[in-house]
Design a protein. Structure first.
Lengths: 110, 114
């Protein structure tokens, strides 16, 4: 079955700098890769997703890249702001089931 | 914007008791899910539900768990005899279907088993 690994577990960056979170997956049949942001005490909120026929997708300060050959995908946040502080989860979909990474706690230092 | 809702937000129960967690998915969505997240750990898939039946379930979803869509709007998760290790956040999610794969999550129910 699908296995998703996520790194790092904690990431601390200076406000205004960029943050990159990386994930790898094992099942080459996976074709949908969402990223969720979870703030304390709340449910996960989708921030961006990418499908396997696309290599890169961007939405304002957030971008995701996908390398199907290497089976890894990454989240890039530029010009980080205090409100970006949260736990970020990557996931991979197979047969409409999401398999999640372990999460990355992103800390934005003022 | 339509959203998934869940009730209650918090539930405290005694070990061995039955609990029912309730979800109202987005109205035109066709696929429904339950996930759980033990404190500090990753989100884990429990079960998916489509066309009034379970389509996938994980190893976690044993005979103590059941799901039901009793009417056209609610989607429930029942735990028959709760154990201490059932303490977690439980999230409901739904997908529109028809090729649209984005899962929309509810705010979760925090279950504490004493």
């Amino acid at each position: 079955g699908e296995n998703v690994e996520q790194h790092p577990s904690t990431l601390s960056v200076q406000e205004g700098d960029s943050a990159v979170i990386k994930c790898t997956y094992s099942d080459s049949a996976s074709n949908y890769f969402p990223w969720y942001k979870q703030e304390l005490g709340k449910g996960p909120q989708l921030i961006i997703d990418i499908r396997s026929n696309v290599g890169e997708k961007k939405d304002q300060r957030i971008a995701v890249t996908l390398n199907k050959t290497a089976k890894h995908f990454s989240l890039h946040i530029t010009e980080t702001q205090p409100e970006d502080s949260a736990v970020y989860f990557c996931a991979a979909d197979s047969n409409y089931q999401l398999i999640w990474g372990a999460g990355t706690k992103l800390i934005i230092k003022p | 914007e339509p959203e998934v809702t869940q009730t209650p937000s918090h539930q405290v129960t005694q070990m061995g008791q039955e609990v029912i967690l309730r979800c109202v998915p987005i109205s035109n969505h066709l696929y429904f899910y339950w996930y759980r997240q033990i404190l500090g750990q990753k989100v884990e898939f429990l079960v998916s539900f489509y066309n009034n039946e379970i389509s996938e379930k994980s190893e976690i979803f044993d005979d103590q768990f059941s799901v039901e869509r009793p009417d056209g709007s609610n989607f429930t998760l029942k735990i028959r005899s709760t154990k201490l290790e059932d303490s977690a956040m439980y999230f409901c999610a739904s997908i529109e279907g028809g090729g649209k794969e984005t899962q929309y999550f509810g705010p979760g129910t925090r279950l504490l088993v004493l």
